[in-house]
Design a protein around this ligand. Structure first.
Ligand code: PDD
Length: 293
């Protein structure tokens, strides 16, 4: 089956899909994106992704290419045409095509690309196998709440992780606090059994998966704290995990080669994975989706 992409008003074969050489996304990384998980034929956290997209576009003063409702129709259509039952939808909006000039162009229409990819269904056994993370300096700009396509520090960090044989790199700010992973949010479980993840601020991307896990924790009465935690605290944590639309809830069993807990997935992490899957299957995604900073 050949893949289909949506590019500026047209559904085209994926291998022929292309944008203009003066698209500002291509030249300046002047654009934003979203990655939606599709689980058992349903988009996870659609409203949350749309609200976060509105935040990213608004902060950068990029126009919507169309109404959110019309965009929803296209996303579902791309998913349908690619027969995605489990997988990912990628959406990118840039400030459009214009003669190269740093300042915003006048009267340029935003450019829209939507692609979809089938993936194996969420596999709890796989997610329960622990992975390693490394820590690296957070060298990004100061607006991580905006889901910008400008991802150089993230891709370099992820590559460092891969070369170190790790799954992810956790970024550490100047105060020694872990902000998040290069493409995921970072979590620990303290010795007292409290879930901890960085508070939503300009310092992190407020993940849709993160919000689902927090809402699932509230519903189950699991104690949690949204605050920064240091590398030292993470090293001494009982458990650790990452969350994202692509990693769901994934156990972390080592940080910089140092074993976390007993080196296997922790009890609460395992429970949060179950709660998360139940949550998205019953609620579809986070209900409180206006929490962008
Ligand atoms: N990344 N933090 C960063 C820096 C991210 O890039 C992501 C997601 C997350 C988790 O967000 P969510 O739960 O909404 O997926 C946190 C996507 C998956 C990506 O860039 O491919």
């Amino acid at each position: 089956m050949s893949r289909i992409a949506y590019v500026n008003g047209q559904y085209v074969p994926h291998q022929d899909a292309a944008v203009h050489i003066e698209d500002r996304g291509y030249q300046f990384a002047d654009g934003v994106y979203e990655v939606f998980a599709v689980h058992q034929g349903r988009m996870v956290g659609e409203q949350g992704h749309m609200d976060r997209l509105a935040h990213s576009l608004g902060e950068l003063r990029i126009d919507w290419p169309m109404s959110a409702r019309a965009l929803g129709v296209i996303i579902r259509e791309v998913s349908r045409r690619n027969r995605v039952r489990d997988g990912l939808i990628y959406l990118q909006i840039t400030r459009g095509v214009a003669r190269r000039d740093h300042s915003f162009p006048d009267n340029t229409e935003s450019a829209l690309v939507v692609t979809a990819r089938r993936m194996p269904p969420l596999d709890k056994e796989q997610l329960r196998k622990g992975v390693g993370v490394i820590t690296i300096p957070d060298i990004r700009w100061q607006r991580h709440d905006i889901k910008s396509v400008s991802l150089l520090p993230n891709i370099i960090g992820k590559q460092q992780a891969r070369e170190a044989g790790a799954y992810e790199a956790w970024m550490v700010n100047n105060e020694g606090m872990i902000t998040e992973g290069t493409a995921s949010n970072a979590w620990i479980v303290t010795k007292d059994g409290e879930l901890v993840t960085h508070n939503a601020s300009h310092a992190i991307l407020n993940g849709i998966t993160r919000l689902s896990v927090l809402e699932a924790a509230v519903a189950a009465g699991v104690p949690f704290s949204e605050r920064a935690f240091s590398v030292e605290e993470a090293m001494q944590a009982k458990e650790a995990f990452v969350t994202s639309s692509t990693s769901h809830v994934k156990a972390v069993t080592s940080i910089d080669g140092h074993s976390i807990g007993n080196g296997h997935i922790g009890e609460l992490t395992s429970r949060m994975l179950d709660l998360y899957v139940d949550f998205i299957e019953t609620k579809g995604g986070p209900q409180n989706t206006n929490t962008w900073n």
